[in-house]
Design a protein around this ligand. Sequence first.
Ligand SMILES: *Cc1c(COP(=O)(O)O)cnc(C)c1O
Length: 354
Amino acid sequence: MRPARALIDLDALRHNYRLARERHGGQALAVVKANAYGHGAVRCARALAGEADGFAVACLEEALELRAAGIQAPILLLEGVFEAAELAEVARHQLWPVVHHAEQLRMLEQARPQSPFAVWLKINSGMNRAGFLPDDAQAAWQRLQACAAVGTITLMTHFARADEPHLLSTTEQIAAFDAATAGLPGPRSLANSAGVLGWPAAHRDWARPGILLYGADPMPDEANALRPVMTLESRIMALREIPPGAALGYGARFRAERPTRVGLVAMGYADGYPRSAPDGTPVSVDGRPTRLIGRVSMDMLTVDLTELPDAGLGSRVELWGNAVGVNRVAQCAGTIAYELLCNVKRVRFDYLGG
Ligand SMILES: *Cc1c(COP(=O)(O)O)cnc(C)c1O
């Protein structure tokens, strides 16, 4: 069997959830959209089911997958519904829709569910992606309040730059949100992962941690005691020595400067390892640090074993996990940990601590 696999540590997931909830206070929705950032939404939600106050997903389809798997906790739809017909399912499964634009408000005004929806009204406090403008927040709230189909209204916003602790941007967004919602009753939710870790002023009734649950710190310069959840690993499946001057792999990107011992690893961009990773990207072989050399291909990549004479056929290669932080690989590849984790596919998934 091909040895490429993602090892998912569910104890680490629970540890990170508890850390988020403790740091923030109040309640915390575990964000498990996009298949739990590539970790497996059903397995992750089940692992947290005993303790998570609820879950957040992008859309109805993702919520239905969790309900079908027996998840009974509240589930927030972060993008709300896309058409009025979805509201019947939202009601049937007691999901919580976000309302972030006028058309969704109109759908709710026309809905006649058996029991009212618990909605989350999203305010655009400066990111300018989704949500009602601050000037429209009070009117949107009044219209929701007047809806027969609406029960409790939670007020929320989302940060654009909470992972940049030295900037004023998040302070300004918090102030804009507070001004827009002044006097309105109901619970509040501001903090994503970076908000939980870096912005106490954003700690209100509900946190919405995502990436931190998976152990990738959005503020990597701070030591936040998160535990990586995914280890992406494989094994050395072939070895060769190449002489000085010899080229390695597609495009001959890497050229040996000295006799080089090359390990061939069963892992490629079709598994989600980034093709954009340059020579020198860290990898760990049998627990020892070394580097990627040569371009990543679809099913394989190559690593430098020159300094690791004990490594050989079958040696374990960690692409990211405890030895190689996914943030470091992301930085080398010019992307973010979110994208790397979401992209993992084809490999076998093994779960620990279920
Ligand atoms: C994805 C998302 C989150 C989680 O963000 P992280 O940076 O992964 O913590 C929180 N809130 C909203 C609205 C989101 O879309």
